[in-house]
Structure formats: structure tokens, C-alpha cells
Design a binder for this molecule. Structure first.
Ligand code: BGC
Length: 468
């Protein structure tokens, strides 16, 4: 069903699992600050301890082996390596930790995919203005080069930035992620722009300084739902669904894979709205200048995080003030035939992934695709026998198989989110995405496979035996 060398993975991120927030010289990040402010996160929880993977890495490795993964996607904590975000001070204990993780994975025949930035900006860089400060692309590039230099002999798959759209919007527009800003309709576009430039700068560094020797591949992970018109026969709904797809995925994928610039529909929607509201400042969506690094072509594969689908119709925004939402004027409607997982935003529609994969093939020049995240949330009392999630994985993976076999989409790998139950950002530990249950009430933080973990292991094992 899947091509040879297909990557079967699971994913995690540093802040969500590592804990050890002050251990061995790690510097503070914006998520430490955010969580330690009252009222930001469910139950005022934090990633101070989380799954304690910094201490308990061997337990994670045992889970990885139990699943039979061929790949494991983790992220590096920038401040565990560079406590103030700069290469002025390198924390050797952090280097040792990630060296051990990488070496242990390779010794078990598991290839690491490493994300450099998964939402956890060094607080010291936030204090200088964070993602909108002029020096941020250079700081990120220095960090990336340090990682390529130190770990690139063994890490061959790199993600620079995870979900720039989420960082920009949830962190700077909606204020529900760190750094908690609500600067509606302005800052998120600047953050997105900075992230694209930081990504492109790091990709060029890899390309010119490391690629020939290390022979790896570098991309950025883009999140998108699948959006379809509420009424496919209604032109306005079709246009609204396209607008939302453009504002979510096209915002980053269009510059990187198609033109080197933002989609025209996005720029004109934002300009129209600025005029309607008499907004007189500089264009809210920045322009790329000649002195900027070229963004076009700075991805060696397409990394997609997919969770859910939406039906869309236009939204009447006439009474609304400046915001990204009013720029898009598209309203999401959940299809009642799609079951809801444990969180209200995650409606289960595996076929949406197949559609999105086809869209990516057509719109972005048939790239090699890794599905770098996909998963199903559970809340409430523990259900180790999580049959609904088993069904979710079976049907999602079968949609991926159809996209490969019947539609010719070049999918190279699938990473389940997540290996372990972990710190689910603003939802704290109340929402569980793991293939392994973590008992957060027990000092040992015991990991136990869910039924879905065993199910995923059996899918992988069938694939492996068909290959041999
Ligand atoms: C993020 C993960 C998160 C997951 C589920 C993605 O947006 O990359 O960190 O846990 O979605 O919400």
C-alpha cells in the first residue's frame, strides 16, 4: 500500500514533553513566562515537569521501540542549547542530552526528524521584541547553523519552524498562546513575515554550507485544515473556502513553493479591508525587498500538519474592527456528520486529508510530502481502550494510502501526533493526544500504550513484513 522506505513516525515537541525547565542551565522561554502568569493556561498548569522526558528519555525510547517506528520527530529546545538564544553561550549539558537522544534513536534504527522551533522562543529574545525584532532572523540562523554543525552528521530531516501560522495568529492576534499578544490585524502578519525570512535564511545556510557534506533535507511544517464550501453550488461559499485556505496554508506555502511572494488574493483582501476601515498605516501584509533572502524554493519537501476539516461560507464583518478574521470574512461551520473528538475544534474527517494532499499536489508543484502531524484528542476519564481513536488512525491512514496509490500524491511519511500524552498548550494536560497514556498523577510518569498505540504498531508491522 505504501512505497518502500515510507517513514512511519510519531511526533512530540520539547516544551510539551521535556520538563526540566530549569535543569542543567536551560534558559527561560516565552512558554515558561506565559504559563507562570495566572489565568493563561487551563488550571494554571505548565510544562515545568510535563512528561519529564529530559529525565526519562529512556522511557520514551522504549515507547518508540514498542511502536516499531522508523522515524521520530522531536524538537530541540532552543534555550536548552543556547540559554539566552545566542551562540555567545552554549550549554554543553543540552548538547549532551540531544546527542544521546539522537545516538540512541540511530542505534535502534530510528531516524530522527528534528524541529528547531516549536513555539518556544527564548525569553531573552522576546525581551528584544521577539519575532518582530530586526535581528531575529540572524539569531535564528545562528541557532540553526549551530544545530546543523553539531548534529547534522546524524540528523538528515530538519524542520526549521513548526506552524508559523499558529505562532503568528494564536500568539500575536488571539493571545491564547505565548507571548499572549492581541494586536489584531497587524502583528501576526509581521510575525509570519519574519518567520518566513528566518526560515529562508536558515535554509540557504544549510544549502550553501552543509548540504554537500550532510545530504539532508530542510523544510518548514505548515498546518492546514481542509476547507470546503458549505454549498458547493454557491460561488460565494466557494470563494470563502478558497480565501480561508489561502490565509491558512497559502500564506506560507505560496511564497515558498510557487512565487516567492504572498498570494495576490490574500494581499488584495487585506488591502480592501484596510480601505474599508480607513486604516492609514503601512501595508499590513509586508512586502519582500530585494535585500531579503529568496524565499521561493526554500523547502526540500512539503511538511504538512493536518487535523481537521471545515465547511465555509462568507461572514458578514460589516460591524467588525480590524482583525485577521475580518480580513478573511469567512465563517467555519462544522458538518454535523463529522464526529467530534475530545476537543471541539477537531471534527473527524479523514477524507479531508486526501483532498488536501491532492490540493497540495496540484497547487504546489507535486512536492514530496511528509505528514508531520495528525492525531486525535481525548478528554475526560482515562480510556486506554480508545476504540474511536483506533478507527481514526485506520481510516486516516487508509485515506493516505488512497492518495498515494490512486491519486499519485508523493507522500513519503506519516507522523502521528503524539507519541505521548503531553502538555497541550493552553489546554494544559486536560487534552490527551498520545499513543501512550502518561499518568501525570504518578511520580514515575508511567507510560502505558493505548489500544490505538497497539493498533498503530500493528499497521507499521504489517507494512514492514510486506516489504521484506
Ligand atoms: C502543534 C502541536 C499540538 C497539536 C495539537 C499542532 O498545532 O504543532 O504542538 O499539540 O497541534 O493541538
Amino acid at each position: 500500500m505504501f512505497p518502500p522506505d515510507f517513514a512511519w513516525g510519531a511526533a512530540t515537541s520539547a516544551y510539551q514533553i521535556e520538563g526540566g525547565w530549569q535543569a542543567d542551565g536551560r534558559g527561560p522561554t516565552i512558554w515558561d513566562t506565559f504559563c507562570h502568569e495566572k489565568g493563561r493556561v487551563f488550571g494554571d498548569q505548565s510544562g515545568d515537569v510535563a512528561c519529564s522526558s529530559y529525565e526519562l528519555w529512556e522511557k520514551d525510547l522504549a515507547c518508540i521501540q514498542q511502536l516499531g517506528l522508523t522515524h521520530y520527530r522531536l524538537s530541540f529546545s532552543w534555550t536548552r542549547l543556547l540559554p539566552d538564544g545566542t551562540t555567545q553561550h552554549i550549554n554543553q549539558r543540552g548538547v549532551q542530552y540531544y546527542n544521546k537522544v539522537i545516538d540512541d534513536l540511530l542505534a535502534c534504527n530510528v531516524s530522527p526528524m528534528v524541529t528547531l522551533y516549536h513555539f518556544d522562543l527564548p525569553q531573552a529574545l522576546q525581551d528584544q521584541g521577539g519575532w518582530v525584532s530586526p535581528g531575529i532572523a540572524t539569531h535564528f540562523d545562528n541557532y540553526a547553523k549551530f544545530c546543523f554543525q553539531t548534529f547534522g552528521d546524524r540528523v538528515k530531516l530538519w524542520i526549521t519552524i513548526n506552524e508559523p501560522q499558529v505562532c503568528a495568529k494564536l500568539g500575536h492576534e488571539d493571545g491564547i498562546h505565548a507571548p499572549g499578544l492581541k494586536e489584531k490585524g497587524t502583528t501576526a502578519y509581521l510575525v509570519g513575515h519574519s518567520m518566513l525570512l528566518a526560515h529562508a535564511t536558515a535554509w540557504h545556510s544549510y544549502n550553501s554550507e552543509y548540504r554537500a557534506k550532510q545530504r539532508g533535507a530542510v523544510s518548514l511544517a505548515l498546518n492546514s485544515d481542509w476547507f470546503e464550501p458549505l454549498d458547493p453550488g454557491r460561488g460565494e461559499d466557494v470563494a470563502a473556502a478558497e480565501r480561508e485556505l489561502t490565509f491558512t496554508l497559502g500564506w506560507f506555502a505560496w511564497p515558498v513553493f510557487v512565487t516567492g511572494d504572498y498570494p495576490e488574493t490574500m494581499r488584495s483582501a487585506i488591502e480592501t479591508r484596510s480601505k474599508e476601515l480607513g486604516y492609514g498605516g503601512a501595508p499590513r501584509l509586508p512586502t519582500f525587498s530585494k535585500s531579503d533572502p529568496t524565499v521561493l524554493g526554500t523547502a526540500d519537501f512539503f511538511a504538512l500538519n493536518y487535523y481537521t476539516s471545515r465547511k465555509v461560507r462568507p461572514e458578514d464583518v460589516s460591524g467588525q474592527t480590524l482583525s485577521m478574521r475580518s480580513d478573511q470574512w469567512a465563517e467555519d461551520v462544522l458538518d454535523p456528520s463529522w464526529p467530534i473528538s475530545g476537543v471541539p475544534w477537531l471534527a473527524v474527517f479523514p477524507h479531508g486529508l486526501r483532498k488536501l494532499l491532492n490540493y497540495i499536489k496540484d497547487a504546489f508543484n507535486d512536492p514530496a510530502v511528509y505528514i508531520t502531524e495528525n492525531g486525535f484528542a481525548q478528554v475526560g476519564p482515562l480510556q486506554v481502550e480508545d476504540r474511536q481513536r483506533c478507527e481514526f488512525y485506520r481510516s486516516t491512514i487508509s485515506e493516505v494510502a488512497k492518495a498515494v496509490q490512486e491519486d499519485g500524491v508523493d507522500v513519503r511519511g506519516y507522523f502521528a501526533w503524539s507519541l505521548l500524552d503531553n502538555f497541550e498548550w493552553a489546554d494544559g494536560f486536560s487534552v490527551r493526544f498520545g499513543l501512550f497514556h502518561v499518568d501525570f498523577s504518578d511520580a514515575e510518569l508511567t507510560r502505558t500504550a493505548y489500544r490505538s498505540g497497539r493498533e498503530y504498531a500493528s499497521i507499521i508491522s504489517k507494512y514492514k513484513s510486506a516489504q521484506s
